[in-house]
Design a binder for this molecule. Structure first.
Ligand code: DGL
Length: 267
């Protein structure tokens, strides 16, 4: 048993798709979430910057005495995970590995599509993991940067969003993929629309997959929280919480969040 919180960080609000799934799959656990809203988006930043920000985020969560760290941000996970593991002793789990594994398991024709931020797609992190496990799998990846602001605007089913998605997903026409991996925190909110545009395709939601990985890891290491765990979830942001609290309602339907602003530079 271990009643410490699960530490989760993201560049901003998107990682709440992971929190939502963690709460569903592990209702006894409590979460300490950091959204680096002051410096988001990460998806258009360079490697060095993403690594530096990610290290600072983990350092903060460690001060909150968490039991494991979950890198909910696909961009951080794709670019900074190895560096983080080199710098910290605590167990650090990233969305990219979990999503890649799920895609390998589900594809029948070994043709997988991936969408994500520019930084995630350019890093080829998903490809590297998938190819390491099965070099016969063909991967088609495409950066879809306009989707993050559309989701944050709450335009989940709008005509404009559908038009942009259709244009992006056209890239996969004729590529005969049977699986599409959603390589970004925000994209699970567009699942309905994507299913409508690409009916019959397997959709990999990394929020669901990473939560399964965390559950298995906590179970096998005897680190699950007890049923009587009374800890509350904690939410921290690096910029004013107002906008975060507002958008959070959309990501995390069941509970209203009240996040606290912190300064990562303060010790
Ligand atoms: N959280 C980021 C990701 O999953 C999306 C938003 C950003 O670019 O910071 O890649």
């Amino acid at each position: 048993m271990n009643n410490k919180r699960i530490g989760v960080f993201d560049s901003g609000v998107g990682g709440l798709t992971v929190v939502k799934e963690l709460i569903r799959q592990l209702p006894n656990e409590s979460i300490c979430y950091l959204g680096d809203t002051a410096r988001a988006p990460y998806g258009s930043k360079t490697k060095d910057t993403i690594i530096r920000f990610s290290i600072e985020n983990v350092s903060f969560l460690l001060k909150r005495n968490v039991k494991i760290i979950v890198v909910a941000c696909n961009t951080s996970s794709a670019i900074a995970l190895d560096e983080l593991r080199k710098n910290f002793k605590i167990n650090i789990i990233g969305v990219v590995e979990a999503g890649a594994r799920a895609a390998i398991d589900i594809t029948r024709n070994k043709r997988i599509g991936i969408i994500g931020t520019r930084a995630t797609i350019e890093s080829k992190a998903y490809e590297k993991i998938i190819k390491m496990k099965d070099k016969n799998i063909k991967i088609f990846s495409y950066a879809t940067p306009l989707l993050v602001p559309l989701v944050e605007e709450g335009w989940l089913e709008e005509r404009e969003t559908e038009l942009i998605l259709r244009r992006y997903l056209k890239y996969f026409n004729g590529k005969n993929i049977d699986t599409l991996l959603l390589g970004c925190t925000h994209y699970p909110l567009l699942k309905n629309l994507i299913k409508r545009i690409m009916p019959g395709i397997n959709i990999i939601d990394s929020a669901i997959e990473i939560s399964k990985t965390i559950r298995a890891m906590l179970e096998s290491s005897g680190m699950l929280a007890s049923r009587k765990n009374n800890n509350k979830h904690e939410f921290y942001v690096t910029d004013t919480p107002d906008n975060f609290n507002k958008i959070a309602k959309m990501f995390l339907k069941e509970s209203i969040i009240s996040a606290k602003k912190i300064d990562l530079k303060k010790r």
